[in-house]
Design a protein around this ligand. Structure first.
Ligand code: NAD
Length: 336
């Protein structure tokens, strides 16, 4: 079977989705849509398909579409996803949305609920854990190689000067880090957080508007304890992400999602390291692996609750983020 795909929102990331689909022999891009006509036209030319300036028009065209990428952005990089996603789900089409699922929890809940009501596959591009190294580490966890997991630590930081909202950093970046933590630790029950705004010479009080540094303590439902360090003021030339999962028999450290994975046994000094497992060299390749998984799961017609990094999973992560904000604003430990 070949999958007929459409892309809504053909900016930077929509075209990365397009690049993945266009290379796959089992996909045909049959329509693109952007509210900016020049962008819709440019993408239509690139992918050799009709271009539309609204989802309504695209749906009315009668083109047979099997699945749609929604790569809109908006406030906190998530404000524009709701409207097109609801229209597409209402029309019975599976959707792969971008992260954050939404910057508005009510909207995220409605999208997940509509997908469930319609029994539709709904995935989110939480791409960081779609790597051979993350999968190898998951196999170690599931085979009991780490023993009982006690601690999960994650650091994710990039240089990002975005000042469009106080909560841009936590809402737009940390769906990724928290999704990876949840992949190994399960659902989160409680959080406690502190933020710090980094310096900015021309900022209102010499500081950034954005809460650009964060420390979060997490208690997972199964008793695992975790910690997230996040920053838009750190990172630099190397090192986007460091994950450490610590068990009673050993721990692993995964650097930069796919680049270096090391297992450290607790009672021996004989470590085991894999560099660039599966030939994956860098984070940018995770778009291909995550979107390919979505394509394969659609072609296999898996049940909506089997979708990896589903809308429901992304909603859970967004709830953690809102609890983090509440914790900082109230000074309390917040229960989800
Ligand atoms: N998964 C990742 O690793 C990753 C990395 C970066 C960005 N992102 C996400 O990708 C998304 C897109 O980011 P971007 O940088 O490409 O943004 P962008 O602004 O370049 O592109 C968004 C496009 O959507 C269009 N659009 C808005 N509303 C629309 C609607 N209702 N119908 C059709 N088109 C509409 C805009 O005109 C624009 O062209 C964001 O949600 C962002 O958080 C994900």
């Amino acid at each position: 079977m070949s999958l007929n795909v459409a892309i809504v929102g053909v900016g930077n990331i929509g075209n990365i989705h397009g690049g993945v689909y266009e290379k796959r022999p089992d996909c045909t891009i049959v329509a693109v849509c952007d509210i900016i006509k020049e962008k819709a036209d440019k993408a239509a030319t690139r992918y050799n398909c009709p271009g539309f300036t609204s989802v309504k028009e695209m749906l009315a065209s009668g083109i047979k579409i099997d699945a749609v990428s929604v790569a809109t952005a908006g406030t906190e990089n998530g404000g524009d996803h709701y409207e097109p996603t609801m229209e597409l789900l209402a029309a019975g089409l599976p959707v792969l949305g971008e992260k954050p699922i939404s910057n508005n929890i009510g909207h995220a809940e409605e999208m997940v609920a509509l997908a469930r009501e319609k029994n539709l596959r709904y995935g989110i591009n939480l791409n960081h854990r779609f790597t051979p190294a993350a999968l190898r580490a998951k196999e170690w966890v599931e085979a009991g190689r780490l023993g009982e997991i006690n601690i999960i630590n994650m650091t994710m930081w990039i240089n990002n000067p975005n000042e469009s909202s106080p909560w841009f950093h936590i809402r737009a970046l940390h769906p990724h880090s928290l999704d990876v933590m949840r992949y190994y630790g399960g659902d989160v029950e409680k959080v406690q957080a502190f933020f710090k705004r980094g310096p900015r010479k021309d900022g209102p009080d010499g500081r950034r508007v954005c809460w650009s540094n964060v420390q979060v303590n997490l208690l997972f439902k199964n008793g695992i304890i975790g910690h997230l360090t996040g920053s838009y003021d750190a990172g630099g030339s190397y090192g986007l992400e460091t994950l450490e999962v610590v068990g009673s028999e050993g721990r692993f450290v995964l650097l930069d999602a796919c680049e270096h994975l090391t297992f450290y046994p607790r009672f021996s000094r004989q470590t085991e390291t894999y560099d660039y497992l599966g030939g994956m060299m860098g984070f940018n390749e995770t778009f291909n692996s995550r979107i390919s998984k979505w394509v394969e799961q659609n072609i296999a017609k898996v049940s909506p609750d089997e979708i990896d990094a589903s809308g429901a999973a992304a909603l859970h992560v967004q709830r953690i983020i809102e609890a983090v904000i509440e914790s900082w604003e109230t000074g309390n430990v917040v229960t989800l």
